[in-house]
Design a protein around this ligand. Structure first.
Ligand SMILES: [Zn+2]
Length: 385
């Protein structure tokens, strides 16, 4: 995949249904200039001289999917190789499933690996249009809820970590942490620096979660998984997330990590659901196994797990997550599409440029079959493959 071109001719893409992230437009077209959307208009109003791509009758044209939690894809694990080449392989693997932008996600690792991953992403942001920044999942987590994270890598943050994380950079920095494992002002210092903070792999109580949210934490990483469960006298982080209109929660809609009834509960909360894949190398790849923290993880029957049965991410892609959401959660396709584009863009503070089809937004788009929810084609910054 190449960088955004210096100049692209004005062109348009028309569909029977254009969903702009807010509402559906019948027989409409998106007009694109230099990788940006300049208009969403009636198909009949597209000037005749403009090159026009007409999508098949059953196709919907929708905002590109934004995946904020991608550990790997195309047989590549980001932790193994935080390099430009690896990042491009991951991007290409996920693009076929409609993901037009993503955050490479580093699972808890050494400070050296964190620095290498951040440096690699810093180099790529602005060059590779599908990379919005980085997601550091850990290492400031609860050992009690480590899941597949290496307990040896889990630790308390140091002054060096704080300096590294709040250094200004072009891309987004998202950090998943356990609020009860970090010093009191760590969250507010990062939030003030523009870092997005998400609770995950945590045993935080309800009170600790509310305090973290008051300090600037807004996200919940794979809600329900690897966190203190809901219970009558200690509601924990899940209750705090579901009752707050300022909460954004990632959901893994693979039917393995979370029961559909729990996902339905999340869609009925006051917060904003975000579909994530938490994908591992087999997504868009050819190999059914990989190595994580010196242990082999095998993909079988739709799950990625270690020999001891511990789930290790997923083999889920975004199109499947959306399809599952529609089938299991009793939500319309338009809502599921918002969970995959508009909501993650807003959570990352990029809601004025990504996640919708509207003037001034980047032309990141997906054509999908409205009935089967299969991806037909993608555009990143106006360019199709
Ligand atoms: Zn996790």
């Amino acid at each position: 995949m190449s960088a955004v071109p210096v100049a692209v001719r004005t062109h348009a893409v028309a569909a029977r249904c254009v969903f702009d992230g807010v509402k559906r437009h019948k027989d409409a077209a998106v007009v694109i200039e230099d990788g940006r959307i300049i208009a969403v208009t009636a198909r009949a109003d597209v000037p005749k001289i403009l090159p026009l791509c007409e999508l098949p009758e059953t196709a919907w044209l929708v905002p590109g999917f934004i995946d904020i939690q991608v550990n790997g894809g195309g047989d590549v694990l980001f932790n193994d190789a935080p390099t430009l080449q690896a990042i491009r392989a991951i991007v290409a693997a996920h693009r076929r499933f409609g993901t037009t932008t993503l955050l490479p996600t580093l699972i808890s690792d050494s400070l050296e690996k964190m620095k290498a991953a951040i440096a690699a992403v810093d180099t790529v942001v602005g060059v590779e249009p599908s990379i919005l920044g980085i997601h550091l999942e850990g290492p400031f987590l609860s050992p009690e809820k480590a899941g597949v994270h290496d307990r040896r890598a889990i630790r308390a943050p140091t002054a060096d970590d704080l300096a590294l994380l709040r250094r200004p950079r072009r891309g987004v920095t998202l950090v998943t942490l356990a609020p009860e494992q970090v010093p009191a002002r760590f969250i507010s210092k990062l939030a003030v620096a523009g870092v997005r903070l998400s609770l995950g792999h945590s045993m935080a109580t309800y009170a600790e979660t509310v305090a973290a949210m008051a300090a600037g934490l807004t996200g919940f990483t794979h809600l329900f998984n690897a966190m203190r469960p809901l219970s009558s006298r200690e509601p924990g982080p899940i209750a705090a997330a579901l009752e707050s209109p300022n909460a954004w929660y990632g959901l893994i809609a693979d039917g393995i990590h979370v029961a559909p009834a729990m996902l339905r509960l999340a869609t009925r909360g006051l917060g904003h659901p975000i579909l994530v894949t938490d994908a591992m190398p087999p997504v868009g790849g050819s190999r059914a196994s990989f190595v994580l923290n010196d242990e082999t993880v095998v993909m079988k029957d739709g799950r990625c797990a270690r020999a001891d049965g511990t789930l290790a991410g997923t083999c889920l892609d975004m199109a499947t997550a959306i399809r599952n959401c529609v089938r299991w959660l009793d939500v319309p396709l338009t809502d599921a599409l918002r969970f995959a584009s508009t909501h993650p863009a807003e959570f990352l503070g990029l809601g004025d440029r990504f996640g919708k089809l509207a003037p001034e937004f980047r032309a990141d788009m997906v054509a999908l079959d409205g009935a089967t929810i299969e991806v037909l084609r993608t555009w990143v910054a106006g360019r199709t493959q």
